[in-house]
Design a protein around this ligand. Structure first.
Ligand SMILES: *[C@@H]1O[C@H](CO)[C@@H](O)[C@H](O)[C@H]1NC(C)=O
Length: 354
């Protein structure tokens, strides 16, 4: 059975071919370092002080399924947790956890953080809830897996939710992509050789977007009842990110740079929802919310008085309208690891097959 470890082992072999002198002992991962936002935050924002839409993340129903409100933006575990479990590593402790054990890596992801710093948005009158502090790590990175993202989603969410048009948000995609790739480059220059760079989700399928940009025109929706224009926007970001990632691969041929296709992994989940055990009639509804077509209200986020939680979160894809349930993250993580949604660069595979 495929696993993240064996995937990286085969990647290492692919790159060993191009890089003689590196032993097969490189072929394991003993730690995970993660940079990103609420998709991967396992408790940093909670320790920094969660306010605004994130205020409820430190109490139930957040964490309900794992019986601990750890600051994860879900009812339970996130994709990064399943990546760690798949590599037989302990769950990655947040950087701000007192007494954390960093031997197996560090999670720097902070919910709400953006790829671009707040000055970029201040010039454009867009408010960013959390400033993104770049953090350097000095630990030996040779056996580390670097999860560089997902990041950038909030750059766009903040702008869209504050009324910025798709065309103007498109104009800062290159800067967001550049920021992600520069961060990856920095970590590579610090010694990292195995990186995962995830793309954005199909945001037009999220209860938050479906609610905020509700349209009475059926032609605004695709076959999955998702908002076409917002999904196209996410694809636009993802294409640019993949192109920039490919360029980075060419500059660093010995580095295993994997693109994690969160977009397609989510679409797989959506298209196979019933088969995968989800309630097919609730694929666009948040499990936890204040009611309405998509059970989402940005002013009444999950956890606030007046909201309620579905009786079985395992039947739902969306947890709070913005973030996914543990069950959805688990399914996506498995799809990424097992089904080729992570780094599906078959050309490179074929070219380098030895
Ligand atoms: C809940 O999580 C925190 C850190 O994330 C941990 O310190 C604590 O021991 C956990 N509590 C339980 C009951 O597992």
């Amino acid at each position: 059975m495929a696993s993240l470890a064996s995937f990286f082992c085969s990647m290492s072999m692919i790159f060993l071919f191009a890089a003689p002198g590196r032993g097969t002992k490189n072929c394991f991962i003993d730690s995970i370092y993660s940079f990103g936002d609420s998709i991967a935050d396992t408790g940093n924002l909670l320790r920094q002080g969660a306010v605004g839409i994130f205020a409820p993340i430190g109490r139930f129903p957040y964490g309900k399924t794992m019986n601990n409100a750890t600051g994860r933006c879900s009812d339970g575990l996130l994709m990064i947790d399943y990546f760690a479990l798949n590599l037989n590593l302990p769950l990655v402790d947040p950087y701000l956890l007192e007494g954390a054990d960093f031997r197996s890596g560090v999670n720097f992801a902070v919910a709400g953080s953006t790829a671009l710093d707040s000055s970029f948005f201040l010039q454009r009158s867009i408010v960013t809830p959390v400033a993104n502090k770049p953090l350097k790590c000095s630990r030996k990175l040779e056996h580390a897996l670097i999860l560089m993202g997902e990041i950038g989603g909030n750059d766009y969410n903040n702008a869209f939710f504050q009324g910025t048009s798709i065309d103007s948000v498109k104009s800062f995609v290159p800067q967001v992509v550049d920021r992600i790739v520069s961060a990856a480059k920095e970590v590579i220059d610090a010694g990292a050789v195995q990186l995962v760079i995830p793309g954005n989700f199909p945001i037009g399928c999220m209860p938050s977007y479906l609610t905020m940009f509700y349209s009475s025109n059926p032609s605004d929706y695709d076959d999955n009842n998702c908002l076409k224009d917002y999904n196209s926007f996410a694809m636009y970001h993802n294409e640019q990110l993949q192109a920039a990632t490919e360029k980075l691969r060419q500059s660093y041929p010995k580095v295993a740079l994997m693109y994690a296709d969160y977009y397609q992994a989510f679409m797989y989940l959506l298209n196979n929802a019933a088969k995968l055990g989800f309630d097919k009639d609730s694929v666009h509804e948040a499990c936890c919310g204040a009611g309405g077509t998509y059970n989402f209200d940005i002013k009444l986020m999950c956890g606030l008085p007046g909201t309620s939680t579905c009786s079985d979160p395992t039947k739902y894809i969306s947890w709070d309208g913005i973030h996914l349930t543990q069950e959805a993250y688990k399914t996506m993580a498995q799809a990424l690891i097992m089904q080729g949604f992570a780094f599906p660069n078959h050309n490179i595979h074929n070219q380098w097959k030895c």
